[in-house]
Write a protein that binds this ligand. Sequence first.
Ligand code: DWN
Ligand code: ZN
Length: 424
Amino acid sequence: MFTPHQACRACGFGFRGPGGIKAGTPDNLTEVFDLGLQPLANDFVPDGAERSGYAPLKVMHCPRCTLAQLSVTVRPDILYRHYNYVTSSSETMKHHFERLADDLRLLMGGHTGTVIEVGSNDGLLLQFLSSKGFGNVCGIDPAENLAHVANTEKGVQTINGLFDVKTAAEAKSMVGTLDAIVARHVFCHVDSWEQFLNAALSVCDDHTVLCIEVPYCKDMLEKVEFDTIYHEHTSYMTIRAMKILAERMAFKLVKVIRYQIHGGALLLVLAPERSLRPVDPSVKEFLDAEEITLDTWKEFSAKAKKQIATLRSFVQTARQNGKRVAGFGASAKSTVWINACGFTRKDLETVYDNTSLKWWKLSPGTDIPVTPEGGLYVDSPDYLICFAWNFAQEIMEKPLVKKWMAEGGKFVVPVPELKVYPAP
Ligand code: DWN
Ligand code: ZN
């Protein structure tokens, strides 16, 4: 189900076995965070279906380039062949897409050019870019269910498969001259960056940009977003690591843009090394402001443990006082929280979600049922723990949540530190 991964994906530092560096020497990656054996974060299954199992969830830090990565890699077909996560069509995401489209247009010299998207999910972004006048677009996604939706319901041509030299060539043949490859929240899911970047390079023209959007490790550490650590996220990206990696793989890092989406993200813009595109000052600026050390991780780990203890005791106290508690947002993050806190169905009655793919399925590791968010109107629990805190503001403004809060419901946002709305 999973394989050990001990050498740094970005710079190659670390244990390599016979003939390489010996275990136990200071040349190994350093263990910085450990949640023990955990279920796969999106393993929501209907009653009676087989579970995928558990795998170690341990983060290792590379002292040479500051990349963090998991100690194991779960087989991608287990994680993604049938995928339960659909890109949110929320207002927050729409704003983000607007911003991304503007940035792509600028990178294309003011034009709305052609785009290949890697990990295109159900085609939401490409559909949006097409509506904004971008030229030919083509998606590539390993999830059979989502590629089917993109092709048949969204009208976005999508190749079902992993991104490699073959699928890249197929996609390029569909769009023609290629202006941008976009990979949103997929690069840090990938095991072999060499394979990914070789595939990208094989279809890049001199002017093509490779735009990689990733959650930013610095934000995760500063805001203690420990719940974004799960098996799909095999790496936690730093700008230093990306620069080293890009230069190893015949690319150069030409621009860095910060976004607020998903708790803090980066757009890392790469161009083929041979291209004449100049390096933007943002690369140096953000690099200079990035200091991630073992101490940063120690601090994060201690704060994460405190966060877990705080939510656990909050829910216990509420239950001891006879209150009913449920979750909101059956995100991958919800799985991490629920299992880290050891919540059972007695603690959280259900987790509400608006993704029909997740409805009536059971949460990984705990079997807490996921139910449609409309159920809130009738169930009326006393507390809702928001596991989609990256959309918290928008969720609190939804009519059904507003109504429930007006009737006395309390909305609890656990990140960056537990807050209750309305304040007691
Ligand atoms: O990298 C990844 C990121 C980008 O997305 C993936 N590995 C998996 C996924 O992580 P996640 O599941 O934590 O993503 P979200 O988008 O934070 O999940 C939010 C959940 O909340 C979704 O299941 C949808 C749900 N939701 C809802 O029920 N009502 C969201 C909104 C905004 C709502 O109004
Ligand atoms: Zn490294």
